[in-house]
Design a binder for this molecule. Structure first.
Ligand code: BEZ
Length: 218
């Protein structure tokens, strides 16, 4: 069964480029983004890890730790980080987990459908993790998931935008409209009537009885 929104993110202990990680303890009071990729030393993955390396300061500003996962070893990850730095122009200073045991891949259901076929004829490529993304909250709950196929590199600007939306709506009766970016108006949940909504979030822009915007309470 795959992980669902609001499930507790599975805890794990794993070796990584930054040493042993006990996931829940490592998470502490931060948000986390776990993102898996098929293999080290492959073209799309190298561009993706470079993109994450370039966004390091943005994730830090958002109190968010980033962790990469693949079925390769720490030794490979360390060598591959040199290539990532060469392509990205900045070092990849985030942890990459050694998941040669497939512990994390199985716990987070990061393996492709082929992995689950009867063993005969399964190749090592079938045990490579897919391009999965999990945003985890400080309460250890899964807040958002995305899965991309092997051939399509992820849009990390969108992942950052989604992280902003998750943090904006956490614990408050707000939601974000399509294509929202920080600073734009947000939607007030229907759990508040107009009066209570205006008292809490200021003047409302009521487009429909169920579509009420308030200024981004930045
Ligand atoms: C890539 O990242 O380019 C890639 C990864 C696994 C298989 C094929 C390509």
């Amino acid at each position: 069964m795959s992980l669902r929104i609001n499930d507790i993110a599975p805890d794990f202990t794993a070796d990584s480029t930054e040493g042993e990680i006990r996931f829940h303890e490592w998470l502490g009071d931060s948000y986390a983004i776990i993102f898996s990729h098929p293999r080290d030393f492959t073209p799309v993955c190298t561009t993706e890890f470079g993109a994450v390396a370039q966004l390091a300061a943005e994730f830090e500003k958002r109190n968010t730790k980033v962790i990469g996962v693949s079925v390769d070893s720490v030794e490979d990850h360390r060598k591959w980080k040199n290539d990532i730095a060469q392509v990205a122009g900045v070092p990849a200073n985030f942890a990459i987990i050694d998941d040669t045991s497939l512990t994390v891949a199985k716990a987070y259901d990061m393996l492709p459908a082929e992995y689950y076929l009867p063993g005969e004829g399964r190749s090592p490529a079938d045990s490579a993790t897919v391009r999965a993304v999990f945003i985890i909250g400080p309460d250890k709950k899964v807040r958002l998931t995305m899965t991309y196929p092997m051939s399509i590199g992820r849009n990390f600007a969108e992942i950052l935008r989604a992280l902003d939306a998750v943090r904006k709506t956490d614990g408050v009766p707000l939601a974000t409209p399509a294509n929202w970016v920080p600073g734009e108006d947000v939607i007030v949940a229907l759990s508040l009537d107009d009066k209570a909504a205006a008292e809490k979030f200021g003047p409302l822009d009521i487009r429909l009885p169920y579509l009420r915007y308030a200024k981004d309470p930045a």
